[in-house]
Design a binder for this molecule. Structure first.
Ligand SMILES: Nc1nc2c(ncn2[C@@H]2O[C@H](COP(=O)(O)OP(=O)(O)O)[C@@H](O)[C@H]2O)c(=O)[nH]1
Ligand SMILES: [Mg+2]
Length: 442
């Protein structure tokens, strides 16, 4: 997600940090590069223009030029303005005080509506709610089947009725949810490949008959500037409450994320980052800005971890981090937890400083298995105090894990580096020499 943009901005920042003193021409040059990076990421040119002007205006202030660390200050200004551009603060779904809360989902065909409906149900379920899904995309039988199948996977009730029109079905489903004691109804509607009048009229009538508490517009981030046009067209007709950007996991340039917010002034509420049903992230402008600027997103990572990890384990780990007692034993436990959190590349991209890892080339889920085997071949004593692992022990571990002494060496070396990094995290800073550090690759 935003890899290219992040890379380019980091190179601008590197230069900025290097300047002892900042001149107007430094600022001008840097902002020219920022502008180019944003345009390359497919951000709408008007949005870019405004953004660059805003940053420049603030950066030209005397206090910046005269400050001790002007480069850092400008980076902070860019960070602040990026947060503003992305929508300032997190906007959650508005739940009705009188259940069920009705959420209608609209968008073009293929944008990821049906997948999102299921992801949202799954997400809400994990928050202790009892959602129900309504299959109101009645035109393609496969669409109903798809939702039914997804509902089964997450164990959520799916309401559908063959032969009924979409509007009636949606209206009935709310009553049905009430009877079935569900507190949220998520209505999946039909989309077309392009905006057409009939589709718009249908979603409009569902809106007026059902009166949803929340209308979410789903859009495929990969469609670039088209996403902005579609967002606008749907907004003119539906006046929706929030946007869901899907497929941000792909090779997308992601510029739509910045532009939509500026064009329709409706908040992005969620982003889809994969096909799996847990690949949904609540959208937080500040965290996203940090991630785009290569500062990592520890908060989302910790939250993700908390969903998957046992809470007590997380607390214990935090404590260990604070006391810098991170051992191979913890490392092994973490590896095993990380495997549960989803594809490694996704997890790594959220760790500050690790986002530049050559994930596709040498860190992958398979190599984790080898690292796991190596650690498992150690005695507990060795795991807690790896300093005692001498040549003989290394040989034994290599044989035991079916790897080589070189591989064992590599894991140990990288563990020690990781331990150093953990120490740095716990003190709230990442030393320069550890940026771009490699994780054990087995
Ligand atoms: N990579 C990726 N694929 C997604 C995401 N959301 C949906 N998809 C895929 O996009 C395709 C269309 O999704 P679907 O939910 O059927 O779209 P709909 O026509 O709007 O209901 C499916 O193949 C989904 O698996 C996402 O966040 N990331
Ligand atoms: Mg669908």
């Amino acid at each position: 997600m935003f890899d290219n943009l992040t890379e380019k901005l980091e190179s601008v920042f590197k230069k900025l940090r290097g300047y002892g003193k900042i001149t107007e021409s430094n600022i001008f040059d840097s902002m020219r590069e920022v502008r180019r990076a944003l345009l390359d990421a497919d951000v709408n040119y008007k949005v870019v223009k405004q953004f660059v002007e805003d940053v420049q205006k603030r950066a030209m202030g005397q206090e910046v030029i005269e400050s001790l660390n002007p480069g850092q200050l400008i980076i902070k200004i860019i960070h602040d303005e990026l947060i503003k551009l992305l929508g300032e603060s997190r906007q959650d779904i508005k739940f009705s005080t009188l259940p069920p809360t009705v959420i209608m989902v609209a968008g073009l065909q293929g944008s990821g509506k049906t997948t999102f409906c299921a992801k949202l149900a799954n997400h809400l379920k994990s928050k202790g709610r009892y959602p129900m899904l309504t299959a109101a995309d009645i035109y393609r039988p496969a669409a109903v089947d798809q939702l039914v199948m997804l509902g089964k996977q997450i164990d959520v009730l799916v309401h559908f009725e063959h032969g009924k029109n979409a509007v009636e079905l949606a209206v009935d489903s709310v009553e049905h949810a009430r009877k079935a004691a569900r507190d949220v109804v998520i209505i999946d509607t039909a989309g077309r490949l392009h905006i057409d009048e009939e589709m718009m009229r249908e979603v409009e009538s569902i809106k007026s008959r059902v009166n949803p508490n929340e209308i979410l517009f789903v859009v495929d981030a990969m469609t670039g500037q088209d996403a902005v046009n579609t967002a606008k067209a749907f907004h003119d007709r539906l006046n929706y409450d929030g946007v869901v950007l899907t497929k941000l996991d792909g090779d997308t340039r992601g510029g739509a994320a910045f532009s939509i917010r500026a064009v329709v002034t409706k908040p992005i509420k969620f982003v889809g980052v994969g096909e799996k049903l847990d690949a949904l992230e609540p959208f937080h402008p500040d965290r996203m800005a940090s991630r785009i600027l290569g500062m990592g997103d520890m908060v989302t990572l910790v939250e993700k971890a908390q969903q998957q990890f046992d809470e007590q384990k997380v607390e214990k780990l935090e404590e260990k981090l604070r006391k810098s007692q991170f051992t191979l034993e913890d490392f092994l436990e973490q590896l095993q937890q990380v495997k549960k959190m989803g594809p490694l590349s996704q997890v790594l991209s959220m760790i500050p400083g690790l986002n530049k890892l050559p994930v596709n080339t040498d860190v992958n889920d398979k190599s984790l298995v080898r690292v796991e085997a190596i650690i498992q071949s150690m005695t507990q004593k060795e795991r807690i105090n790896p300093n005692i692992i001498n040549g003989n022990r290394r040989k034994r571990i290599a044989i035991g894990s079916g790897t080589s002494v070189q591989e064992v060496n590599k894991v140990l070396k990288q563990f020690f580096e990781m331990q150093k990094m953990m120490k740095a995290f716990s003190k709230g800073k990442i030393p320069k020499h550890l940026r771009g550090l490699k994780l054990p690759t087995g």
